[in-house]
Design a protein around this ligand. Structure first.
Ligand SMILES: [Zn+2]
Length: 203
């Protein structure tokens, strides 16, 4: 099988992390060497842990903004090679927080080190704009797949709406506000626009 860079994207609560965790579990059950990573920006689960809403969790390697992921993975792989093993898969959670440079480095991991890389992440932020990591993944990935979830109205969710304590949609502010998932509500674009226009009428 040829090595590929994959990007699985979706909104919050689309079970991306659960899919990553079950994939990692399956690989390891079959003795396939796997490295699980996560950008350090998202610290809500504490350092070095990936946690799904279902309660499933596992340790992971944290990636700092300045880290060269190619070098990190190359080093990890060379340690395995010394034990006559080879790294087969790299799984990345919250890949939207990777820098564009790091996504380029992951593409080199696929092409030069011949290790497949599977990234999971959000496509867009609370203003419906691409995250930088997701943008570069959309540009470079060999395989793109949307992980779908349903809005209350039955349509597909594609917006991560940021909601304040009064239940109002927030459309201004910093791209990242780490402080819990309760700040966000995944919904479809139509419901999002409807909430925003209803609010502006009341202002
Ligand atoms: Zn909807």
């Amino acid at each position: 099988m040829s090595k590929k860079l994959y990007f699985y994207y979706g909104t919050m609560a689309s079970a991306k992390t659960l899919r990553l965790l079950t994939t990692a579990y399956n690989f390891e059950e079959n003795s396939i060497e796997t490295l699980v990573m996560k950008p350090a920006q998202d610290t809500r689960d504490g350092d070095g842990v990936i946690k799904s809403r279902t309660g499933l969790q596992r340790p992971c390697v944290m990636v700092g903004k300045e880290d060269n992921v190619f070098l990190m993975i190359e080093k990890y792989n060379s340690e395995l090679l010394a034990k006559f093993k080879k790294l087969e898969w790299v799984l990345v959670d919250e890949a939207q927080f990777l820098t564009e440079k790091q996504v380029d480095q992951l593409a080199k991991v696929v092409d030069i080190l011949e290790i497949s890389v599977m990234c999971y992440g959000l496509r867009t932020d609370f203003q419906s704009r691409l995250f930088s990591g997701s943008k570069r993944l959309m540009e470079l990935a060999d395989d793109l797949e949307e992980i779908k979830a349903s809005c209350k109205c039955g349509r597909k969710t594609n917006i991560n709406a940021r909601i304040d304590s009064h239940g109002k949609v927030i459309t201004e502010g910093d791209q990242v506000m780490v402080g819990g998932d309760d700040l966000y509500r995944p919904m479809c674009r139509k419901c999002w626009y409807k909430m925003i226009s209803r609010q502006s009428k009341h202002e």
